[in-house]
Design a binder for this molecule. Sequence first.
Ligand code: HEC
Ligand code: HEC
Length: 556
Amino acid sequence: MTTRQIARGLTLAWLAVLCVGTGLARAQSPDIGTEAQREAGKVLYMKLCSQCHGEKGDGAGYATPNVLPKPRDFTSGKFKVRTTGSGALPTHQDLVNIIRKGMPYTSMPSWPGLSEEEVSNLAYFITTFSADFSNPEAAPKPIDLPSAPASTPESIETGKKLYEENGCIKCHGTLGRADGPSALTLKDEAGNPIRPANLTHSWTFRGGSSREDIFRTMSTGFNGTPMPSYLEALPPEQRWAITDFIASLSDTNGPGYTNLIVARPVQDPIDLAKGAESFASAPVARFPLLGQITEPGRSFHPPATSVTVQAIYDAESIALLVKWHDMRADKTGKNSPSLPIPPEEEAGGEAPSAAPAASETEADPFADTTEDTVAPPAEFSDAVAVQFPVAVPAGARKPYFIFGDSQSSVDLWFFDLARNEPLQFIGRGSGDVAVNDAGDVTGVASYSDGEWSVIFRRPLRASSGAPFTPGQFMPIALSAWDGSARERGNKRALSVWYSLYMEPETVPSAAGPMIRTALIIFGLELAIIGWVRSRLRSQARNEIRGEGRPQPAMGS
Ligand code: HEC
Ligand code: HEC
């Protein structure tokens, strides 16, 4: 080896060291973009984001009073959806991802129309609101997120056990329906009430519903909320097992919202005592619920985000089974579709929750639930209502979907779940809802593991309300009230109009037997014809011996 070669080798080695060195230095230095990028981001931010997040990034935009959960205060440096450890800042890519995708079931929109550059510039501008972003010491480092092993029935079973053993049920509930004993007492760091995610509705997850998303959420936790990080507490294979269990709780195809309930005819008389069992043959229709924010007495962030409905009818009556998830059965207090809401309670959208001055704001997954963290009984009870037009609409015009209007009223089947029986009301607008003493509607209700199941029944032809006739489409809308969230009257979750179709008895269910009977009769006819012909033939043979040609057998 010549000295030249040695020199060149040394130079290369030195260069390599230099490169690695600057590489490391670059990884450490904050990724906050250039002045020009941040300035370009600022222009967009003022146009698209400041109404919620505020011009100063403090979350105090003019829309903020009417929004729950509250828009992020970027000066806090606390972000939920990250690839970095608990308490750490998000990476540039984390910010880009969340801006692009938005946060489902919150007012944070997705921005599919912005260019890569625009989203990147916005992300860089957001870093200007917290000095931590420019601090090299605080530079975010992504945690190790190993790729997903295959989900198996065994991993789901293991995950279920780990889910129970590691305190997830304290907040998220045994079956993941957000009904854990701590659920109603949780607050975020800003002191606002916060609800655990409903793990059976993965389409509502802020950080995405894929297995990778769930694994990341559980590993990093959500900064500023009671959702802890399990990075240190659980090895990756255990986190994957829990992920598999959570993924198994939801229909992976999303909510599968529809706009039609098909009411199935049933042979046996409907027996309310049999409960949900009678509805086994009826398809499940899921509808989204929205906060009622149009009429006074608004609900900006109703806990119920969807309901499912099934319907059956017998010769006499129709029955509807309505199910939805609720963090607790509020069976004390009262409720009614016409209870007034004091204006101060709707302003700000910050309904006081049932939460006491919670001592449990810290993310401590292993803390015991003590008596005092259990929320006190609610002043208002849970309730649900099904609404139909009072008369089957002749044309396209339906009553106003929020409890009708002065020209066309609605028939309201209302179940205050603190009572044993539903009531009927007539709605001529949200300010004009009156009791209807017809007494046509009966029902039963039960609550188990975070889910209400409520059955309504009414005669097909009743003294009040529109008749239900097979083959007919009937508009239907639903409302749900959560007593713990102080929902009553106009403060509730509601749906727009959908349709209830009374599937006639004869169409698909009777088609099979009809065709079968027709085939049997046809076969018998052929047999009879064949028999008659052969009789005639032998008769003819007897009469004209040997002359007749053999006839082809019928049916061959
Ligand atoms: C209509 C209101 C609204 C608008 C407009 C809006 N946001 Fe948000 N944003 C929210 C809310 C609400 C949250 C918090 C949701 C939560 O905590 O679950 C949020 C959260 C965020 C977060 C935090 C994500 C995390 O992981 O914690 C970022 C980043 C963000 N928004 C960026 C933007 C940008 C950039 C724009 C403009 C392009 C924008 N937002 C426009 C309401 C809004
Ligand atoms: C102390 C209460 C608490 C415990 C314990 C807890 N969580 Fe959560 N979790 C929450 C809260 C609150 C949220 C909702 C945060 C929000 O809305 O921003 C949440 C959200 C989630 C989400 C949805 C995130 C998203 O993208 O919206 C998942 C998944 C989740 N938790 C899984 C778990 C698992 C798995 C465990 C146990 C290993 C667990 N959580 C333990 C309180 C808790």
